[in-house]
Design a binder for this molecule. Sequence first.
Ligand code: SF4
Length: 180
Amino acid sequence: MKLQPRLSPSILARKMLCPGYISAPFNEKDRFKLQALHSMTMVKVIARHIKLGYRLIEIERRGSGYIIDLLFEAILSARKRLVEVKSSNKMREVYKIQAALYAQRIAADEVAVSNREIDEVLTSEFVQEIQRRAELTHRVLANDPVRAAATFTPHLDICYTCANPSCPFLPRPSQSAASS
Ligand code: SF4
């Protein structure tokens, strides 16, 4: 069996929730607004971690189609923490899945999703389970892409940023909103 090229963690996380997901394009205004919000949240997350006894060791590590936001090291224990930063107030499941997928790409002792207010550290069991499910999703997408594209499993975390015109669950344009 020939596997498709690896999807970015952002897209794969959404395909794991709904194989039919197709990412809606951003307009420039939304993109700029999201980048500004994300940058402000990054500053807050860095400041909070420094207060908690971490030092920042890497920022925005770029890979093929993805960016790992922050990597910290605890000053006392030397444990490394990978942090996925989200400007949303809501800690969505899709963000945790995306963050867990980054654990395959960088050596870290723990993975967290952070917003302006909190840092949610993922359990190692969750990270392992997500990586197992990611392999299954890759196989489903590779084995029968046509069927996968027509498999619709609505999820509140992703339908609002989807653009699959074949899906009966696609929100009307007025309900769509930019992803964070
Ligand atoms: S709108 Fe349809 S295809 Fe898109 S994520 Fe929701 S259920 Fe899946």
